[in-house]
Design a protein around this ligand. Structure first.
Ligand code: NDP
Length: 448
């Protein structure tokens, strides 16, 4: 059977087994579509059914999360932890709390995580979890009671050498604290079972910054291939959470100007740029007051567009940092028409397959999420190392390691795309470079 037939047969089986899980199928198709040249070169992967195995999570935990709200009413949510692949190390990947969370979304994220973690070259397998609990509008006490109930079940599945979750949408420092506290209480162990911890109890410097900084470092490497830099570039950024905030901090440091921010209600356009003072306002607004981005427009007298994404704003570079499928084909066409020539994905799978086709057709510098946003999990890996060694590295040390890892991820993707015949195609490069390491480890470890 030729490579295409093998890939089609695997994809058909995935569609049958996971009917209706559109995000998961989208993520699987994107990876499989890149692997033809690798399959041609490595019949041993087909023989050992590596493709059939890699698309099936090793373990799927789905559980009930009962908790009580401030009025004493009982609430029931659904909790998940998908342990996708442990060929390279303990399962590693974030927890997402958002009302849209379901098996399809977490499986797409867990699947992507396997290749992303492989690209970091650190010893981490891939997993993802979360719940359809909506932290928005909940009191701190409600969030704490939810997190305690969630961890009461999750603690059976995780451990410092088994599965080490982190944050994602809706899970920041507050939630990691509550989750860690409950694990410690149940297990009577102070151990590195989560990353993204606060500094004074086992966290790593630069972990909050890492995903955003990393997406900018990756884009900087792409720009260097065209002898260009961020200096003077106009950038659109979506989201206003963890990734968006630190993306903007690093863009400012490199002399670029970020002109947009958004949340699920709309976006702001600030042609003067989100400078350090305005960014501090956003951090306070989003991380402490938990308000809406519209308040930025009210405070600084700039344009606010309700119910829209920022992709119609003219820019050189776009850094989507909110959520999946936030850039569709029309958005991509608009970006290109307006002269955008760099897209670096801080978010996971923010571009639809049709949008990606547009970027690849126009040969712009496009860094897919599994490469461009790997700095977050890479720094989580560094947090795990520091926990194991019971020491903490300085800010400069961690940032330097993060920067080196992003340079190395860029190089792996760039080299793989060239080796397999499509230079400059970072989608293909990231998928192949991420896949080969996992596939080889799976071959070594036998039929498991
Ligand atoms: P946060 O919860 O800190 O922020 C998320 C931001 O995106 C908020 O502004 C939120 O707006 C907006 N958003 C969320 N869902 C939607 C939606 N359906 N439509 C429009 N806007 C939305 O999350 P992070 O910054 O941590 O994560 C952002 C993205 O980056 C996600 O795709 C995540 O998977 C990815 N990522 C995060 C990493 C990390 O280290 N945190 C690592 C790698 C990737 P609102 O407040 O209105 O919901």
């Amino acid at each position: 059977m030729g490579a295409n037939n093998t890939i089609n047969a695997v994809y058909e089986q995935v569609c049958k087994r996971n009917a209706g899980e559109t995000e998961f199928l989208q993520a699987v198709k994107e990876v499989l579509d890149s692997l033809g040249p690798v399959i041609d070169k490595h019949p041993e992967y087909v023989e050992a059914k590596i493709l059939d195995r890699i698309v099936e999570p090793e373990r799927q935990n789905i559980f009930r999360v009962p908790w009580q709200d401030d009025k004493g009413r009982f609430q029931i949510n659904r909790g998940f932890r998908f342990e996708f692949n442990s060929a390279l190390g303990p399962y590693k990947g974030g927890l997402r709390l958002h009302p849209t969370v379901n098996a399809s979304i977490l499986k797409f994220l867990g699947f992507e995580q396997v290749f992303k973690n492989s690209l970091t070259t650190l010893p981490m397998g891939g997993g993802k979890g979360g719940s359809d609990f909506d932290p928005k509008g909940k009191s701190d006490n409600e969030v704490m009671r939810f997190c305690q109930s969630f961890m009461t079940e999750l603690c059976r599945h995780i451990g410092p050498d088994t599965d080490v979750p982190a944050g994602d949408i809706g899970v920041g420092g507050r939630e990691i604290g509550f989750l860690f506290g409950q694990y410690k209480r149940i297990r009577n162990e102070f151990t590195g079972i989560l990353t993204g911890k606060a500094l004074n109890w086992g966290g790593s410097l630069i972990r909050p910054e890492a995903t955003g900084y990393g997406a900018v470092y990756f884009a900087e490497e792409m720009l260097k291939t065209r002898k260009d830099s961020f200096k003077g570039k106009i950038c659109t950024v979506s989201g206003s959470g963890n990734v968006a905030q630190y993306t903007i901090e690093k863009l400012n440091a490199l002399g670029a100007k970020a002109v947009t921010l958004s949340d699920s209600s709309g976006f702001i356009h600030d042609p003067d740029g989100v400078d350090a003072e305005k960014l501090a306002f956003v951090m306070e607004l989003k991380n402490i007051k938990r308000g809406r981005i519209k308040e930025y427009a009210d405070k600084y007298g700039v344009e606010y567009v309700a119910g829209k994404t920022p992709w119609g704003v003219k820019c050189d570079c776009a850094l989507p940092s909110a959520t999946q499928n936030e850039i569709n084909e029309d958005d991509a066409k608009t970006l290109l028409k307006n002269g955008c020539f760099v897209v670096s994905e801080g978010a996971n799978m923010p571009s639809t397959p049709e949008a990606i086709e547009q970027y690849l057709g126009a040969k712009i510098l496009y860094g897919p999420g599994k490469a461009a946003n790997a700095g977050g999990v890479a720094t989580s890996g560094l947090e795990m190392s520091q926990n194991s060694m019971r020491l903490s590295w300085s800010c400069e040390e961690v940032d330097e390691k993060l920067h080196d890892i992003m340079i190395s991820i860029h190089k792996q993707c760039f080299d793989a795309a060239k080796e397999y015949g499509d230079p400059g195609n970072y989608v293909m490069g990231a998928n192949i470079a991420g896949f080969v390491k996992v596939a080889d480890a799976m071959l070594d470890q036998g039929l498991v």
